[in-house]
Design a binder for this molecule. Sequence first.
Ligand SMILES: Cc1cc2nc3c(=O)[nH]c(=O)nc-3n(C[C@H](O)[C@H](O)[C@H](O)COP(=O)(O)O)c2cc1C
Length: 347
Amino acid sequence: MKQTELFSAYALSKELILSNRIVMAPMTRCFADDELAPTDAAIAYYAARADAGLLVTEATLIHADGQGYPHTPGIWSERQVRAWRGVTDAVHDAGGRIFCQLWHTGRMAHSHYTGQQPVAPSAVALQGSLPRARDLVYETPRELGLEDIHRLVERYRQAAQNAMLAGFDGVEIHGANGYLIDQFLHGETNRRVDEYGGSAENRRRFALEVVDAVANAIGGERTAIRLSPQAYVNLAYTEGDEEVFEMLFEALNQRRMAYVHVAAFDADLSYDYLGGRPVDFVRQHYEGTLIGCGGFTPEKAEDELENGRMDLVAFGRSFIANADLVSRIRDGRELAVYDEAMLGSLT
Ligand SMILES: Cc1cc2nc3c(=O)[nH]c(=O)nc-3n(C[C@H](O)[C@H](O)[C@H](O)COP(=O)(O)O)c2cc1C
């Protein structure tokens, strides 16, 4: 089949022209070294996929206190910034573009990694054990004070500035999948009664402060955010959550941003409270560049683009299984099928 749309160029901004509409989705791989810096294997891994229009890195910690998984990279130390420079240089040498996904896990952090009690909007614990360390159970987080919140916003800003020093083309703020920013957006995890909780306007406040701090530091055209309005990972829906997202998009429409990326494992799942698929809900409320993700085949991705339901399509697991995903799609070759065993190495 023809892949006309997938292989058309796309201008994220005047300076940032993507050579095609295929995005590599952010994927945690747990292969950073003991100082949480990316290794030479990470350089090769990203460089091998640089023919995607845009790469988004694995989620990258803004600070040590946000860690909830083993060996996930950070971008707060000089050594980490230098190591990331190796990745961005290799990707740029291969003609690619790369954004760094900025991450804090909030209540999904663990003292096993951080040496301290996790922090979150409210002291609401997640039940169960940690995904890549099953002998650890989630701890009850400490409710963030106002000073803590201001410090966190500042750390997002600093991390974005560090990402520029490391040579990234931009940053994608991780506001999805039940991590810190998502915990502010959803009623289940945000029980605050101050200006960061309660009304929809208050619950969107932290996300907006982070967006504004980052955009002021590095430029709105280099600032993106990933969101999952459907509360599908480690969060349950609370009535009224959708209004928080509607108000957030209303505010984002007033700002210049690189894109909004909708996170899902299956983009086709519909949610009554969103009136359908999350990506269509976001399209309805957000006017800027939209990336969809979750279970796409090349044919389905082409169809989504042709019908204008999104501007760019991200592939996750297919990129783990196929370092040469872009050329396989272009040549109409069969794709290797993803298997969890592939997470055992970074190739
Ligand atoms: C191993 C793995 C790690 C992931 N890590 C992240 C992450 O760090 N940040 C994020 O926003 N999403 C993460 N995701 C979700 C993916 O970005 C993507 O939304 C999901 O895999 C669905 O897309 P796919 O069907 O094309 O794989 C991860 C997914 C997988 C399979």
